[in-house]
Unconditional design. Structure first.
Length: 235
C-alpha cells in the first residue's frame, strides 16, 4: 500500500499551476538573456577582429622584433649573426601563423554574422525579454490583487474564477512564446519575401480598383449616350 501511495499522482492545485507557469516564464527570460548576450558580443566581434588583424599586419616588423628571441652574446661574430637571423625568421613564422589564425577567425565570424544577423536578433531578444519580464511581474501583481492562491476552497465560485484566470495566463504565455519563436525563425530573406508579397497584393488591389473604376466610368458614359440619343429620337 505504501508503494502504491508513492506512485500515486497528487492532485494538481493552484499553487503548483502558478509555479509551473512562472517557471516556464523564468526559463524564457533566462533563455532570451543568454541569446541577448551572445548576439551583443557577436555583432561587435567582426569589427574587433578586423582591428586586431589590421594592427597585426601593419606593425608586423615591430611585432617580429618583439617576439624575436634574444641571442646570447658570443665571441664568434658569424655565429651571433646566424643566431639573430634564425631568431628573426622564427619570429616572422610565428607572427605569420598568428595572422593566419586571426584571418580565418575573422572570415568565420563574418560568415556567421551574415547568416545569423545578430543586430536584428539582438533587438528581437531584447524586446521579448522585456515582454517576458513584464508578464512575470503582471502575473504576481494580478495574483496578489485576487487575494493570493492559498485558502481557496474547491467547488466555489472564487476557486473557479482563479482557475479560469490561470488558464488565461497560461494561454497568454504560450502565445507569447510562439511569437518569440516565429520572430527568431523568420530570416531576413523571408521577411523581404513577405514584404514583396504584401506589396504585390497591394498593387493587384490597386489595379483591380482602377479597372473597376474605368469600367464603371465607361458604363456611366455609355448610359448617358444612350439616354441622350433616346431623347433626340423623341424630339
Amino acid at each position: 500500500m505504501k508503494l502504491f501511495h508513492l506512485f500515486k499522482k497528487k492532485e494538481p492545485n493552484l499553487i503548483q499551476s502558478y509555479c509551473e507557469i512562472k517557471k516556464q516564464c523564468q526559463f524564457q527570460i533566462v533563455f532570451s538573456s543568454i541569446l541577448l548576450i551572445n548576439f551583443f558580443i557577436l555583432q561587435y566581434s567582426v569589427p574587433i577582429s578586423l582591428v586586431i588583424l589590421g594592427s597585426l599586419t601593419s606593425s608586423r616588423e615591430q611585432l617580429a622584433l618583439f617576439l624575436q628571441r634574444t641571442s646570447t652574446p658570443s665571441e664568434d661574430t658569424q655565429k651571433t649573426e646566424l643566431d639573430e637571423t634564425l631568431a628573426k625568421k622564427e619570429a616572422e613564422i610565428l607572427l605569420g601563423k598568428i595572422i593566419f589564425v586571426f584571418g580565418i577567425i575573422t572570415i568565420l565570424l563574418g560568415v556567421i554574422n551574415n547568416t545569423v544577423r545578430p543586430a536584428e536578433n539582438y533587438d528581437t531578444s531584447a524586446k521579448f525579454n522585456s515582454k517576458f519580464s513584464q508578464f512575470k511581474r503582471d502575473l504576481d501583481l494580478q495574483v496578489l490583487h485576487k487575494g493570493g492562491l492559498q485558502n481557496k476552497l474547491n467547488n466555489t465560485d472564487e476557486f473557479k474564477l482563479i482557475c479560469l484566470f490561470m488558464m488565461k495566463k497560461s494561454d497568454e504565455l504560450t502565445k507569447l512564446i510562439n511569437e518569440y519563436n516565429e520572430a527568431r525563425s523568420l530570416s531576413p530573406r523571408a521577411a523581404n519575401i513577405q514584404v514583396l508579397n504584401n506589396q504585390e497584393d497591394k498593387d493587384e488591389l490597386k489595379s483591380t480598383n482602377s479597372t473597376s473604376g474605368e469600367l464603371f466610368d465607361s458604363a456611366i458614359s455609355n448610359n448617358a449616350t444612350i439616354n441622350h440619343s433616346n431623347s433626340n429620337n423623341h424630339k
